[in-house]
Design a protein around this ligand. Structure first.
Ligand SMILES: NC(=O)c1ccc[n+]([C@@H]2O[C@H](COP(=O)([O-])OP(=O)(O)OC[C@H]3O[C@@H](n4cnc5c(N)ncnc54)[C@H](OP(=O)(O)O)[C@@H]3O)[C@@H](O)[C@H]2O)c1
Length: 253
């Protein structure tokens, strides 16, 4: 059985790859930074003796995703767990002065990318599930998909969409036996803030005086959900760092 992870070149996706590998699962890893995926796959193959396939893929490109799915059916037919993790926030501005390129980047990655990948892989997973195999989709949403914070507008909207799509998948896959889980993390220190703010110092300041979640904390919740017995589906799991009580309330020392 193999686990497909989008955005496995850093942060939560990479930590998921490490955890599933440590549990003996074969991996199919995609992201744009192929060099990072190669390095990770070499390490995980050597350490855990698993099979790892890596592909350079920009999930924003419908054409690229469709070509990837059509061209790799043999590998993709083994997928039992799909972790839709690739995503980002770009910028932090009021809607009235927001950068439209940033909006498109977030919508194209977090919503359309998740849809392209899911549309390609779900038919294959439905066939596997019909053969009695336990299949599972894990969508990485966010607490930003439950509550909106100032200047979070479009990022929050994309994560509200991930929440709705998770629910939509669950009802549309009704009766197939495929489980669908949405994991909604609060602040996690990954490359997320660097990507969002484009500045290492500003990114570090996001976590000043508080202990954020680590990528590993989030990846452990993903693994835990997947490891529940076949008849148990954790539909949604919201996980905050202890010092973050709500989407915009952080106790800093
Ligand atoms: N960190 C947080 O505080 C936090 C909180 C809640 C939810 N999340 C969500 O968690 C997920 C993972 O983020 P992270 O925190 O681990 O950030 P990260 O370290 O920046 O990782 C993001 C991953 O997504 C990949 N990615 C981005 N755009 C892509 C594209 N167009 N095609 C393919 N892959 C793409 C990146 O790979 P490449 O750049 O190599 O393509 C990278 O592997 C995201 O969906 C994010 O919204 C994060």
């Amino acid at each position: 059985m193999s686990v497909f992870i989008s955005g496995a070149s850093s942060g939560i996706g990479e930590a998921c790859a490490r955890n599933f590998a440590a549990n003996g699962k074969d991996l199919v890893l995609v992201a744009r930074r192929k060099d990072r995926l190669e390095k990770l796959s070499t390490e995980l193959r050597e350490r855990h003796g698993i099979h790892v396939h890596t592909f350079e893929l920009d999930v924003r490109s419908r054409k690229a995703v469709e070509g990837f799915i059509a061209g790799n059916q043999a590998v993709l037919n083994t997928i039992e767990v799909l972790v839709n993790n690739a995503g980002l926030a770009a910028g932090l501005s009021p809607i009235q002065t927001g950068n439209i390129d940033d909006w498109e980047r977030m919508i194209d990655t977090n919503v359309k990318g998740l849809l392209y990948v899911s549309r390609g892989l779900l038919p294959l997973m439905i066939k596997r599930a019909a053969e009695g195999v336990s299949c599972h989709v894990v969508n990485i949403g966010s607490v930003a998909g439950y509550w909106v914070y100032p200047n979070g507008n479009v990022y929050c909207a994309t994560k509200f969409a991930v929440k709705a799509l998770s629910e939509g998948m669950r009802v549309d896959l009704h009766g197939t036996g495929i489980r669908v889980t949405e994991i909604a993390p609060g602040m996690a220190e990954t490359e997320f803030s660097l990507v969002r703010l484009g500045d290492a110092e500003k990114a570090k300041a996001v976590y000043t005086g508080m202990t954020p979640l680590s990528a590993q904390d989030v990846a452990e919740t993903v693994l835990w959900c997947v490891q529940r017995p076949k008849h148990v589906n954790i539909q949604e799991l919201v996980v905050f760092p202890t010092q973050q009580s709500s989407v915009s309330l952080v106790a800093r020392q």
